[in-house]
Design a protein around this ligand. Structure first.
Ligand code: NDP
Length: 485
């Protein structure tokens, strides 16, 4: 019998499914489920229908558990089976990508695109190239993207895609051959009014360039089918900076709610890629002291904070040369901790005021959360997607730490992608100041939406609950308006 473990219990799922006991929960005739029971039954069904997709389960649990108050108040969401529908992607595309390396050897990878929800606009979300990519990870990212995109206030649905291709150590020619073959299949599923991918881990300006060139060659049209494009061929100013800058603007709103700002604050950043680089730049501009960067090999400590020379070296080493962070540490004689996370290093070296995870999912577990609270952390702002485990989040909240959830805090990237789509449609380009000003306004609005719904549903300051509800009601109401598809 097929057994799935959920919440420490062993559930004989197949047996339950055969008996049709999973959904709906058995009740007396006419008796209605309350919000909590509805959420529990849908989570159980999601786990049963999507076994071995731990990250997807985690994302669904995180969102659904915070929706209970709105489900209790608004029975229409249960009546229209919104939770069952919103946790099931509208379309999932899986495909083979065969490519040739520089020695003429063939390799086979798996490509995928999850078109999760188009209730408020075309599917929108990045592509991730990383060896850990699987359907569960892309589904968690696509699911989060639905609510994040809704929070931006722009008309974008949720989607995500990628491949288990590992770009580390590949030549430019290998990257190009892989991306060409990836797009040979993806092109038929995307379009400027259908699905508009962007970058994510392992997909930066170089990859977007190759992907766009291949798409254009196949369809023979120059159109805004991808965002994160180069500036002289349809890209938007501030797009590379947008996620890191936006998360920092969001952090400023969090700190403002406690009557403080970034001046003199010690900020531990993880990662050294796109999000980490521009978060570090903006934090430094606003008076914060960045104390760490990291990559998949270890962490670097910055005893005197960040300066222009170190920032440029990190940017060139990671964004241009696709190299190792350790080389930057050696060049500037900075302490390097092989295999250590940024949190361990920052907490060992002194006080940590702000944690700014900007690498990958589940990079802050309960142990890390305890290290951070012991080091005095007052705010956690999620630059990466789902970087904190559920028990780490609970630990932060129980200890009065301000918590800025990913789907709100890191929405600046997709927001400026939305602005890139608008500029492409209008065939004009806004100035750097115009885009930055719109980004700042969007991040303030996202913060206010989360704060407003947290207050409305009885837990002021709970930005996780407030942001989830804010994103959810917008999408759910659109789904109801558009009928039961
Ligand atoms: P990049 O590929 O530019 O950088 C990723 C960074 O994280 C690198 O330093 C990488 O190290 C490190 N990293 C990746 N995977 C792991 C791992 N398993 N363990 C330890 N370190 C790891 O990606 P981005 O900066 O674009 O993305 C970072 C996070 O932000 C992701 O969660 C992404 O989904 C999220 N995000 C990104 C947005 C964007 O606009 N780019 C928008 C919203 C969210 P190494 O170089 O050694 O691989």
């Amino acid at each position: 019998m097929f057994i799935i473990r959920t919440n420490m219990r062993t559930v004989p799922v197949e047996e339950k499914r055969q008996k049709n006991e999973i959904l709906p929960v058995k009740r007396q005739k006419g008796e209605k489920m309350n919000g909590k029971e509805y959420v529990e039954s849908v989570i159980e069904t999601v786990k049963a229908k999507n076994p071995s997709q731990a990250e997807f389960h985690q994302a669904v649990e995180e969102v659904l558990n915070t929706l209970v108050p709105v489900l209790d108040k608004e029975p229409k969401y249960m009546k229209h089976k919104i939770l069952e529908r919103i946790t099931e992607p509208e379309r999932q595309v899986l495909f083979r990508v065969t490519w040739e390396d520089d020695n003429g050897e063939l390799h086979v990878n798996r490509g995928m695109r999850i078109e999760f929800n188009s209730a408020i606009g075309p599917y929108k979300g990045g592509l991730r190239f990383h060896p850990t990519v699987n359907i569960g990870i892309i589904k968690f990212l696509g699911f989060e993207q639905i609510f994040k995109n809704a929070l931006t206030g722009l008309p974008m649905g949720g989607g995500k895609g990628g491949s288990d291709f590992d770009p580390h150590g590949k030549s430019d020619a290998e990257i190009r051959r892989f991306t060409e073959n990836f797009m040979m299949e993806l092109y038929r599923h995307i379009g400027p009014d259908t699905d508009v991918p962007a970058g994510d881990i392992g997909v930066g300006g170089r990859e977007i360039g190759y992907l766009f060139g291949t798409y254009k060659k196949i369809v023979d049209r120059f159109e805004g089918v991808l965002t994160g494009k180069g500036l002289n061929w349809g890209g938007s100013l501030i797009r590379p900076e947008a996620t890191g800058y936006g998360a920092t603007y969001y952090l400023m709103e969090m700190l403002k709610s406690k009557g403080t700002d970034l001046k003199g604050k010690r900020v531990a950043i993880s990662g050294s890629g796109n999000v980490a680089q521009f978060a570090a730049e903006k934090v430094t501009q606003l008076g914060g002291r960045v104390v760490t960067f990291s990559d998949s090999r270890g962490s670097m400590y910055l005893p005197d904070g960040l300066n222009d020379d170190i920032w440029k070296a990190v940017y060139e080493t990671k964004a241009i040369k696709h190299g190792k962070l350790q080389e930057v540490a050696e060049k500037f004689n900075l302490p390097w901790y092989a295999g250590k996370k940024a949190w361990e290093v920052a907490a060992k070296e002194g006080q940590v005021d702000v944690a700014f995870p900007s690498a990958t999912q589940n990079e802050i577990d309960l142990n890390d959360a305890k290290l951070l609270t012991n080091a005095g952390v007052m705010a956690v702002v999620e630059g990466a997607n789902m970087p904190s485990t559920l028990d780490a989040i609970h630990h932060f909240m129980d200890n009065g730490v301000l918590f800025g959830p990913a789907k709100a805090a890191n929405a600046g990237g997709v927001a400026v992608s939305g602005l890139e789509m608008s500029q492409n449609s209008m065939r004009l380009a806004w100035t750097r100041e115009e885009v930055d000003q719109k980004l700042q306004q969007i991040m303030v609005n996202i913060y206010n939406t989360g704060a407003k719904y947290a207050e409305k549903y009885g837990d002021p300051g709970d930005l996780l609950m407030g942001s989830n509800i804010g994103g959810f009601v917008k999408v759910a109401d659109a789904m109801i308006d558009q009928g039961n598809y």
